[in-house]
Design a protein around this ligand. Sequence first.
Ligand SMILES: NC(=O)N[C@@H](O)C(=O)O
Ligand code: NI
Length: 167
Amino acid sequence: MADDFLPIEPLSREAFAPFGDVIDPDPASMRLINGGTTRRFDALARVEAYGEDAEVVISIFRGEPRRFPYLVTMMERHPLGSQSFSPLSGRPFLVVVSEDRDGIPAVPRVFLASGGQGVNYRSNVWHHPLMTLGAVSDFLVVDRLGPGNNLEEYFFDTPYLIGEPTP
Ligand SMILES: NC(=O)N[C@@H](O)C(=O)O
Ligand code: NI
């Protein structure tokens, strides 16, 4: 039943603000550089990497497309650093996040990111692992590498359902 599905919201800077940043060419952040030949959309997000010997690394995630309806059985978070995903394949993807309620994730919110939007999860923000849509897709990922446990997972007693997104 469609009313059992979580609503899917368009990704916007304002709606996503409680969870992190949207990485897209925001006109408000633009400044001309390189003698006016390049537009720099500046400081769209800040990278966090906490703890001794923590490093910031850049990786590529090649995600298999998710099948729908999709059961959200778990969420995760990274207490020691942020994590960003920027699509390299130009395809939309799903971003699933939750507010924290006394250490456990609240009802997930589902955002549909366009192929031109990336996201940066602030450290310790509950999110679902990468949710690729339609075809195998590459994402540029900037996150923390280092000692210590940077992964906390929570498994729901009752999973949530996501229906087929209609990009
Ligand atoms: N495991 C891993 O690096 N990926 C997850 O953190 C994710 O959010 O996809
Ligand atoms: Ni993650």
